[in-house]
Structures are given as structure tokens and as C-alpha cells.
Design a protein around this ligand. Structure first.
Ligand SMILES: [Ca+2]
Length: 197
């Protein structure tokens, strides 16, 4: 009888335990957690980016051919007559020794297709507590005139290790006008910065 009782108690406890487990267990997401805020450039005013992004050069939110939502980040040269860069960036807390990947979708539209040596890409920088850039990574293949027009291309840095003294990971979406005068613009959307599993 005592054995039967303890068996019953055991089964009851097991059932309660399973119920708790079933209610509170959440399967781990693979590696899709995006560390960036406003990764689709959907927030902000008029053509200005939300507070999550810092822009430089000619960088604007545009309601044109988004990859997702309604907006994307339009970048183009400053026509200074010499090499110049435009873009947006965002810093997030990061830890040395962990692996990070930065990626984005980029396109150029046929009504303002990029010319010459204009290029756009995604860049991942590791920055120390004093703001010094420790290391910088970008894809081997950058977006340029040889890419098909009117379609988004996915660019990624691949997973790279944050070096010692890393305090921040800086996601940069950048456009370079090498000769300072070639025409054309690009659109970037669905930025992602993620950790390796
Ligand atoms: Ca978007």
C-alpha cells in the first residue's frame, strides 16, 4: 500500500512538473535575434532617421522600393570632386571573443542607377570603451555597377570574432563615391547584426 501511495505521489508530482514545464518552456530561437533597433528604417520623421541611427553625408529615409515595410535608407555621393562616403551607423554593446555578423539588403534603381566606381556595402567595426576602432570587416564583394538593377542583393560580413577590449559593435551601411562625381544612388533595408549561436 505504501509503495502504491508513493507511486501515486510520484506520478502526481510528475504530472504537475510536466504541466509547469509545458507552460513555461519556450523553445530557444535559432540565431535570428537582431541586435539592431529600427533595422528596417521604419521609424523617424520625414526623411530623417530615428534616434537609433546616426547618419553622415547624403543619407535619407525614403518611401521608395523597400525590402520590408514602407521605408529604406537611400545613400548617394556628396559630389565633392574627391572620394567621399555617406551612410548610417548604429552601436550596440558587444563582448570580446563572441562572434558577430552584420548584413543588409542593397539595391540600385534603374531610374537612378549607380555609375562609375560608386559602391555600397555593410561594415562591422569593433570599438573599444574610448571609441577607438579596433578592427573593421566588410564583404569581399561590395555592391557596385555590375550588380543587376532593381533587385535587392544580400551582403554580409560573415561571422567574425570581436577582438580583446571590444566594448561596442558598430553596424555601418556605407556608400562610397570614389571619384566624387559619379551619379546614382542605392537603397539599403533590413539591416541585421547578430551573434553566432
Ligand atoms: Ca524597411
Amino acid at each position: 500500500m505504501r509503495k502504491l501511495l508513493s507511486a501515486l505521489v510520484f506520478i502526481l508530482l510528475g504530472a504537475v512538473g510536466f504541466k509547469y514545464y509545458a507552460q513555461h518552456y519556450e523553445p530557444a530561437e535559432p540565431t535570428t535575434d537582431n541586435l539592431l533597433s529600427d533595422s528596417g528604417f521604419e521609424k523617424g520623421n520625414e526623411t530623417a532617421f530615428s534616434e537609433h541611427w546616426v547618419s553622415f553625408g547624403n543619407a535619407f529615409r525614403e518611401r521608395v522600393t523597400p525590402q520590408s515595410g514602407n521605408y529604406s535608407a537611400k545613400l548617394y555621393g556628396e559630389y565633392t570632386g574627391s572620394t567621399n562616403v555617406s551612410g548610417v551607423y548604429q552601436d550596440v554593446d558587444a563582448e570580446p571573443g563572441l562572434k558577430y555578423e552584420a548584413s543588409i539588403f542593397i539595391r540600385s534603381n534603374s531610374d537612378d542607377i549607380i555609375h562609375g566606381e560608386n559602391r555600397a556595402w555593410v561594415q562591422l567595426e569593433f570599438v573599444d570603451a574610448k571609441g577607438k576602432v579596433l578592427r573593421r570587416y566588410s564583404p569581399v564583394q561590395k555592391f557596385g555597377v555590375t550588380n543587376a538593377q532593381d533587385v535587392y542583393v544580400h551582403l554580409s560580413t560573415g561571422f567574425v570574432i570581436a577582438p580583446e577590449k571590444t566594448a561596442k559593435a558598430r553596424f555601418v551601411h556605407v556608400f562610397e563615391q570614389l571619384d566624387g562625381k559619379a551619379h546614382g544612388s542605392t537603397y539599403g533595408d533590413d539591416a541585421m547584426l547578430r551573434l553566432s549561436p
